[in-house]
Design a protein around this ligand. Structure first.
Ligand code: HEM
Length: 117
């Protein structure tokens, strides 16, 4: 459904950061401080998807239903992402601050800007 191109599907930002000092920043411009925030990913095949949880590059979604909820209204779902359901060790690596969310939404693929309803 995402086609053959890379795109930003507005996935909640989850992870320790990148580089030697594990820096996390929403500055996607410089290579030394680059994070996943603005990076495009390739859409993955959906065959047997019910067997391959968790979903997305960072495993932000545990259930297919949550993925659908995400796609149905990406900006809303991103703002309402519930990190309390994550394992405690991963919970601290969730970046749900306004600056990060706004960077993700700025780079969101145009096809996902309107709610699917
Ligand atoms: C309602 C329609 C859609 C559904 C049900 C859907 C479903 C999914 C699922 C289940 C995954 C995760 C696969 C995995 O982790 O193994 C995925 C990933 C992805 N999809 Fe979609 N998709 C839809 C529409 C789109 C559209 C329109 C685009 C392009 C704008 C897109 C781009 C992507 C990308 C880039 C990823 C990888 C994201 C990442 O890893 O961060 N998808 N999709």
């Amino acid at each position: 459904m995402g086609g053959q191109t890379f795109s930003n599907a507005g996935v909640p930002q989850l992870g320790p950061g990148v580089g030697r000092d594990r820096r996390w920043t929403s500055d996607a411009g410089s290579s030394s401080t680059r994070t996943f925030t603005a990076l495009p990913f390739a859409p993955l095949p959906l065959r047997n998807i019910e067997l391959t949880a968790p979903y997305m590059h960072d495993g932000a979604f545990c259930r297919p239903r949550t993925v659908l909820k995400h796609y149905n209204d990406v900006p809303k779902a991103l703002r309402e992402y519930d990190s309390s359901k994550l394992p405690p060790a991963v919970q601290q690596m969730y970046h749900g601050d306004d600056a990060t969310i706004s960077t993700v939404l700025t780079n969101l693929d145009g096809r996902l800007r309107q709610p699917l309803a």
